[in-house]
Design a protein around this ligand. Structure first.
Ligand SMILES: Cc1cc2nc3c(=O)[nH]c(=O)nc-3n(C[C@H](O)[C@H](O)[C@H](O)COP(=O)(O)O)c2cc1C
Length: 186
């Protein structure tokens, strides 16, 4: 089945290692007929959630803040799959991605009891460290997040051993893993 995929790219380095993972993942997903939209959050004007709990009143503009989240909301709503793509920053996702993700609460506010739309989810992450110990905090965050949202995990690529822009180009096995994950989507 053809699926709609929304990628939230939290990397501040527009041509960094995370973007390479995204490129290969997208190639794989498009090869098997899926539709991919990627938002490079670093280029966008997205403010942090105000915690006002006053959103959800307007289907088209669910948040009280009018910024570039207005581009993401309609794509998020219709997407089957959400891809969280981020470098590891301090054993977590970047601020850019967390900031955008928090703002998705305005969509939940459209529903009674703040029900979240049901999605499938993928994590793509580049990092310097390359041990299971290094990835453990992010794994716990991601698993906890999607478990509470009721989302289904379709796969994770932890691309460790990458510090500088382009390091990942010397690790074809990591890029293949991202491409294969894209291709595996049914
Ligand atoms: C502020 C900052 C924090 C970082 N924190 C971690 C970390 O906690 N663990 C780790 O393995 N790498 C860490 N890194 C390294 C990045 O995850 C790594 O350079 C990654 O490849 C960057 O991806 P990008 O090229 O998409 O920006 C950090 C880098 C920066 C700039």
């Amino acid at each position: 089945m053809h699926k709609k995929i929304c990628i939230l790219n939290g990397s501040p380095r527009i041509n960094g290692n995370t973007k390479e993972l995204i490129k290969y993942f997208t190639k794989g997903a498009e090869t098997v007929g899926h539709e991919v939209t990627c938002f490079d959050l670093q280029k966008m004007n997205i403010h942090g959630c105000l915690g006002c709990c006053n959103g959800g009143k307007n289907e088209d503009f669910p948040c009280v803040q009018k910024d570039d989240m207005s581009q993401i909301y309609p794509v998020y709503k219709t997407a089957d799959i959400i891809v969280l793509a981020s470098p590891m920053y301090y054993w977590g996702i970047t601020g850019q991605l967390k900031c955008a993700f928090d703002r998705l609460f305005a969509i939940a506010e459209l529903n009674p009891n703040y029900e979240n739309p049901q999605k499938e989810c993928i994590l793509l992450m580049a990092s310097e460290g390359n041990t299971s110990d290094n990835f453990a905090p992010v794994k716990a965050f991601y698993e906890g997040l999607i478990s509470h949202l009721g989302w289904k995990n379709l796969g994770i690529v932890y691309a460790g051993g990458n510090m500088n822009i382009g390091d990942i180009l010397n690790k074809p096995e990591q890029l293949k893993q991202a491409e294969d994950l894209g291709k595996s989507i049914q």
